[in-house]
Design a protein around this ligand. Structure first.
Ligand code: ASP
Ligand code: MG
Length: 402
């Protein structure tokens, strides 16, 4: 069997954990499996490196930042290969250049285009465990690039797809994917299975379990994923196309506090206004989420929408720049203390009343809804962020406990 195993930063944070992981790898190897390991940087190393860069030059170029960040993963793979060797397991570490993992040209958030498999395959034929740097790639200028924060998951899925691996296991510091963040909702339960589409919605909500592009790629290439803990032997959560059981109405509740609302008030009620507004934001790569437009009255209308709180200042600056020109409006209002709470479930496609049940749960605890958006398998509401804990617990209880 060919197994790809990915371990996150906390799983390789120190010597003891590195050996703990090395022994798990050894177990698979001794059973006669081919093992490819993908690692993140140790512990908080990526944050530490970013801090060092900022300290030297707050305007450091993205190219140099990537050059720096890729050392994090290079450190962990070399140490892991040494640990495996110390246990008597033949192993070799490879970085993105050596593999090679080809990406698009931009730095900081590049996409994988192609993965060469010859070098890995020949190392596997020589009965070596291959330990590969996650998160990094090489562009057409032969420069290092990175795949965006949390990108090692995507490296693992890309390798599993390219090598036609029999299993792709993502090891982390929790036991799998939960019905809600167990730190916020005490009664949260671990899921045995979840579909790609549900996982994609949850990952995009910032739940942090899996990089959302890794789920996209797993779905595209049909790579089944197992998310499980590196600290114990529990089963974990299987991520795949269809789940065996009757589809659950709702499989998870998630919150995202990295959200802000912008209301553009008193826009002209004319064709092209929404286009201009969102075009200006899109040109600067500001992603917009929930959008609400009021009914036009006296020749004017209001449009409000949410952005990531990190993008708020930029978004407002862009709007202010165009306010006297192509985008006439009376007022721009900003609200930071808001959060999104969402329910996700493939079963809601074929069942009525799921949204109503969520709204009832919020009503029961007196939480006001500011905005609503839905997809086929998701309902999201915007609320004041001080109510997130209360809202999540109420919604979770409504769907999972009763
Ligand atoms: N080390 C990188 C990060 O911290 C990539 C990863 O962990 O997946 O974002
Ligand atoms: Mg991660």
């Amino acid at each position: 069997m060919l197994i790809v195993k990915k371990f996150g930063g906390t799983s390789v944070a120190d010597k003891e954990r590195i050996f703990n992981v090395a022994r798990r790898i050894e177990e698979d190897y001794r059973k006669g499996n081919d093992v490819v390991v993908v690692l993140s940087a140790m512990g908080k190393q990526t944050d530490i490196l970013l801090e060092m860069a900022r300290d030297i030059n707050p305007k450091a170029s993205k190219r140099e930042i990537d050059m720096l960040l890729t050392t994090g993963e290079q450190t962990s793979v070399a140490l892991m290969a040494m640990a495996l060797n110390a246990l008597g397991v033949p192993a070799v570490s490879l970085n993105a250049f050596q593999v090679a993992m080809h990406t698009t040209s931009e730095y900081g958030n590049s996409r994988l285009k192609r993965v060469d498999t010859e070098r890995i395959q020949s190392e596997l034929e020589n009965k070596r465990v291959v330990v590969v740097t996650g998160f990094q790639g090489v562009n057409k200028m032969d420069d290092y690039t990175t795949l965006g924060r949390g990108g090692s998951d995507t490296t693992a899925v890309a390798l599993a797809a390219a090598l036609h691996a029999d299993a792709c296991e993502i090891y982390t510091d929790v036991n799998g994917v939960y019905t809600a963040d167990p730190r916020i909702v005490k009664s949260a339960k671990k899921l045995n299975e979840i579909t790609y589409d549900e996982m994609l919605e949850i990952a995009s909500l910032g739940a942090g379990v899996l990089h959302n592009r890794s789920v996209e790629m797993a779905k595209k290439y049909g790579v089944q994923l197992v998310v499980r803990s590196s600290l114990n032997n529990s089963e974990g959560t299987l991520v795949k196309e269809e789940v065996k059981m009757e589809k659950m109405l709702v499989s998870g509740v998630a919150a995202d506090a990295n959200t802000a609302r912008i209301a553009v008030i008193g826009l002209e009620d004319q064709p092209g206004v929404a286009f201009k507004l969102f075009h200006h934001l899109a040109r600067h790569d500001v992603n917009v989420d929930i959008i609400l437009q009021s009914v036009g009255r006296d020749g004017t209308k209001d449009i409000s929408f949410t952005v990531k709180e990190d993008d708020l200042d930029e978004a407002v600056a862009i709007l202010e720049r165009h306010r006297q020109g192509s985008l006439k409006c009376q007022k721009i209002d900003v609200e930071k203390d808001v959060a999104k709470v969402s329910i996700v479930g493939a079963g809601m496609m074929s069942h009525a009343g799921v949204a109503a049940k969520m709204f009832e749960a919020l009503y029961d605890v007196g939480v006001n809804i500011k905005m609503i958006s839905t997809s086929e398998i998701r309902v999201t509401v915007l609320i004041d962020d001080i109510h997130v804990e209360k809202a999540m617990n109420a919604v979770h209880e409504k769907f999972f406990v009763s």
